[in-house]
Design a binder for this molecule. Sequence first.
Ligand SMILES: N[C@@H](CCC(=O)N[C@@H](CS)C(=O)NCC(=O)O)C(=O)O
Length: 338
Amino acid sequence: MTFSKKLFTGTMLIAFVSTAFAGTLEDVKSRGILNCGVSEGVPGFSNPDANGNWAGLDSDVCRAVATAIFNDPNKVNFVPLASRQKILAVVSGQVDLTSRTTTWTMKRDTKEGVDFTTIVFYDGQGFMVKKSTGVDDARQLQGATVCVTAGTTTELNLADFAIANDVKLEAVVFEGKKEAVNAYKSGRCDALTTDSSQLAAFRTTMKKPGDHVILKELISKEPLSPLVRHGDNKWKDTVAWVVNGLITAEELGVTSANASDMAKNSKNPTVKRLLGASGEYGNYIGLENDWMLNVISTIGNYGEIFERNLGQGTPLKMKRGVNALPRDGGLLYAPAFR
Ligand SMILES: N[C@@H](CCC(=O)N[C@@H](CS)C(=O)NCC(=O)O)C(=O)O
């Protein structure tokens, strides 16, 4: 046995309520606001700023969906969810969608009552350690204590990693990320593990970020995707095609600055479809035809969202890497907009 685990706080989620639902899109329209599940605070993804406004790539996906429906980015009720709640909140109808660093896995997709929409960020699980330890490879963590959050793929991958590499690790499991990060900060654990992008985000909150290193090796695939309740295909289409539209806009060079001009003047047939100047593409998903024009004018394309929240001008200074378009060497690829 190479892996042991301690559960620190034990509140388990109680059975979920099953409710009768109309179509989610119709519910959202008649409610007049989108209930969007986000994290409890991950800089760059979903994090309340000093004024309590949610900022980040995941929060911007919520705003993009609201703008597609209402032409108003403020028609979002942000619902902070701990990791354990992110699936249940969608299944029970507490939120219309969860946009919260959630990995698309087969079990979640097939057994847990949710559907994933489209990948917004390609991530992988990593480790952060204090520089002073001299550790530069996860296999050197022999005998280490590792802080981790409950209800995550992280917890499962850590166990797999220990078994596959015959590394003896002690997982110290916390209900919330705050507790896990604070435990690492206080020296309770030798390492902290989660999605590598989140480690980069949490490092910015350390007293001396330079004292901590994120090990290069990634031990898992974490394709992050917004998720909706299983079985409402129309709503799934709506959310998926808003994100696909953000990626397509970047491919086509449509930005917040030029979208309205391109809607009027572009001769490119794909641009015209995207911006509602030709075809009925908005109507296909129950929206107005200028849905993406409104989204891009207000929120920007995927590249603008990435740079604003995660890019070089932010404390995270993240490179696009695999989250670049294929023409720039990345994996971010939307299905065809036609
Ligand atoms: N991508 C993984 C991990 C997601 C995750 O969000 N993990 C922790 C990181 S410590 C977390 O809960 N972060 C944000 C929060 O608690 O609000 C999953 O889908 O399970």
